[in-house]
Design a protein around this ligand. Structure first.
Ligand code: GP9
Ligand code: MN
Length: 676
């Protein structure tokens, strides 16, 4: 009795002392601190230019942690601790997944990406390379907790009875008397933290979007710009909201003014396009077969280069002598990587700021190269020796109008390499299939052997990469050398099958190699690289066009990009592209402008190159003069910036609101199907 009395005295003494901090839960505070630390760790690993973690960002981060965890305060002590542990584990996994995904895609994982079954897992070996040892910090507390938990369980087992007895004495009758008071306190605390979380999260976001980040949620073209304002947890919250709005929302109608802006833009484009003038290239190769090869991660900087006296791309270099080579050709991809390059090249629309058109809007209508050529009496085929469901291809290719999709299931895997079949065998078997079909045909081939992490077996690696041997960059160069050799073999195959001089052959790269490290690039190229050099190198892919008679060969330095492929092929084939909704420029039509817009908002017109800042504010970006290669007056880039933004927005609206279906239907006199 005396013992109980002294304990209750001690408790009231403690309660008096801690009274000012009564609402504070130490475990909850600890959770807050740990989560904030993890968010800071993630941020410091992103190395994003112009995106810092200032005081306001820390406030937003705290706010979003409160929003993600306030509910735990409604639970009784033990439940709260379990709830906090669950929240900790889930949020840590999310941050870790974001970090790994970011290192490859320079983006966070979004719902559309998760909906792409198998997309993330299929990176396989790449994922292991993208995990750094320090990342264990994200789970250090969970591991510690696990150890402490095990120790406690062991202690409990050995001292179980004694503890139970004493705690029973301890709890006594005052438990029931204060229970209802504790429930009310918990409820109020939870609500208080929820309100505080809302204030801390939405306050700074509201401030940003009404000052320097106006329109952020309207025309965002890069998820990192969103992250800059919302923080990582806020970004995911918005992503969930955006997905729900995309698919279940009703309020995403375009206004008449917005639809008219899209119509007017296309009307002007189509008007220029219909003026062919005295262009002798228009229709010069009417009726030819077309083979377009999209090379995985094939960047431009290797073309024509040697390392340690060895040519990296001897076959492309030889082919260039009787081909048109666009030396300033840009990939325009976003998060959808290979599928974006495919969409940009075959449908002449920009990829979306988030996810892939292939997975998000495979049921919408597009003017695609296969669809257009089919109307000209062509049959169209697409070849890719991988799982047909990857990037939702089997669905999308049907919509794009291909007669047949030859996937992994249609190939004999007689040269297993990397993710699937080696490109040499892939080309050989594809040409075999092409030689059996009716002509003229359009064939679109997607290679795979040079996919990240580029580790081909030693027997296939032919180059001596010196210092770069065994590095990911060295492996990358080896893999491009292999693809080049495969291309050389394909050329011979096409000649043997009598197709070479009846075919327009195009070869281009889909996107960069995801290796942002400047040092090996400098070593490879033997020179220092400026920011502008790096930006161009990372975004340029080769575009080689071999005409059936090898005419018009030479290096063309007009800027161009993947969106330009379809209108340019139509030009060579003499197909009037003006009725179609193609946003790219016809590379052979001198009357069309040459503005090339990248998904990040970077653009070039051949004179100026504008690199946007991560926050998307025009004034924070940098303009370069391409002649002097030095920074230049930003004002020279203003109109280009506005047009670039306009084009990205128009493309997004066309895709997400299925506008091409609406425009076609209006033209054919049908009833317009209103925007979704
Ligand atoms: C696999 C391949 C993936 O089908 O297209 O390429 P990625 O999009 O990861 O570059
Ligand atoms: Mn790719």
């Amino acid at each position: 009795m005396e013992q109980i009395h002294s304990r209750s005295q001690r408790r009231s003494w403690q309660q008096r002392l801690l009274w000012p901090f009564a609402p504070v839960r130490i475990d909850y505070l600890l959770f807050l601190i740990l989560m904030l630390g993890k968010i800071l760790y993630l941020h410091s690993n992103l190395h994003l230019q112009n995106i810092d973690m200032n005081a306001l960002d820390v406030i937003t981060a705290i706010g979003s942690i409160l929003l993600a965890s306030f509910w735990t305060l409604w639970l009784p002590r033990r439940g709260r601790i379990i709830g906090l542990i669950i929240a900790d584990v889930l949020l840590s996994v999310l941050l870790f997944a974001d970090l790994v995904y970011f290192r490859y895609f320079q983006d966070f994982i979004t719902i559309p990406v998760l909906m792409q079954a198998g997309q993330v897992e299929s990176l396989g070996g790449s994922i292991r390379e993208l995990i750094h040892t320090n990342d264990i910090l994200l789970f250090a507390d969970v591991l510690l907790l696990l150890i402490v938990g095990i120790v406690l369980i062991i202690r409990r087992i050995t001292r179980g009875k004694r503890i139970t007895a004493s705690s029973n004495r301890w709890n006594g009758s005052d438990v029931s008397s204060s229970r209802s008071r504790r429930v009310v306190t918990r409820l109020l605390q939870g609500v208080g933290v929820l309100v505080l979380g809302c204030l801390l999260t939405f306050g700074p976001i509201k401030y940003a979007t009404s000052t320097w980040a106006i329109g952020l949620f309207v025309g965002n073209w890069w998820n990192m710009s969103l992250y800059n304002v919302t923080g990582v947890l806020g970004f995911h919250g918005y992503d969930v909201y955006r997905y729900a709005e995309d698919h279940f929302g009703s309020g995403s109608q375009l206004s008449a003014a917005q639809t008219n802006e899209v119509k007017d833009w296309f009307a002007a484009k189509q008007d220029t396009r219909s003026q062919k003038g005295d262009d002798d290239l228009f229709g010069a190769y009417k009726g030819s077969n077309v083979i377009a090869i999209q090379g995985e991660a094939f960047m431009n900087f290797v073309v024509g280069k040697s390392f340690n006296g060895q040519e990296i791309t001897p076959n492309i270099n030889r082919l260039m002598k009787d081909s048109i080579y666009f030396s300033q050709y840009y990939h325009q991809t976003g998060q959808g990587r290979t599928s974006d390059a495919d969409m940009a090249s075959n449908a002449s629309l920009h990829p979306l700021p988030t996810g892939s058109v292939f997975t998000r809007y495979a049921d919408h209508e597009y003017d695609t190269l296969p669809n257009i050529l089919n109307k000209q009496g062509y049959d169209s085929y697409v070849f890719h020796a991988y799982e047909p469901s990857f990037w939702n291809r089997s669905v999308m290719y049907q919509n794009m109008g291909y007669t047949k999709f030859f996937s992994k299931n249609d190939y004999t895997i007689d040269e297993p390499l990397g993710w699937s079949l080696g490109d040499k065998s892939f080309f050989r078997q594809s040409v075999e299939k092409m030689s059996e079909v009716q002509q003229p045909f359009y064939s679109f081939l997607i290679t795979l052997s040079s996919h990240h992490p580029f580790t081909l077996p030693a027997s296939v690696q032919e180059l001596d990469m010196g210092d770069l041997s065994g590095t990911t960059f060295g492996d990358y160069i080896q893999s491009l050398h292999y693809v080049d050799a495969a291309l050389g073999e394909m050329e011979q195959d096409l000649k043997d099958k009598g197709l070479w001089d009846k075919t327009i052959l195009l070869f281009y790269g889909d996107h960069d190699d995801s290796l942002k490290d400047k040092a090996p690039m400098e070593e490879f190229l033997g020179k220092e690289l400026s920011d502008l050099d790096m930006e161009q190198l990372m975004n340029q892919v080769p575009m080689l066009i071999h005409l059936p008679d090898g005419a018009h060969a030479g290096t063309y330095d007009t800027p161009a990009g993947q969106l330009d492929m379809t209108p340019s092929i139509l030009h060579l084939l003499g197909v009037d592209a003006s009725p179609y909704y193609l946003m790219g420029n016809d590379m052979f039509n001198k009357k069309e402008d040459k503005l090339v817009v990248l998904r990040t908002g970077a653009f070039t017109d051949g004179k100026v190159f504008y690199i946007p800042s991560a926050d998307g504010v025009f004034e924070h970006g940098t303009a370069y003069d391409l002649k002097t290669r030095q920074t230049t007056n930003l004002e020279r880039a203003r109109s280009g910036f506005e047009e670039a933004q306009k084009r990205l927005n128009i493309s997004d609206e066309v895709i997400t609101h299925d506008l091409i279906r609406e425009f076609h239907s209006e033209k054919s006199g049908g009833t317009s199907n209103s925007s979704k």
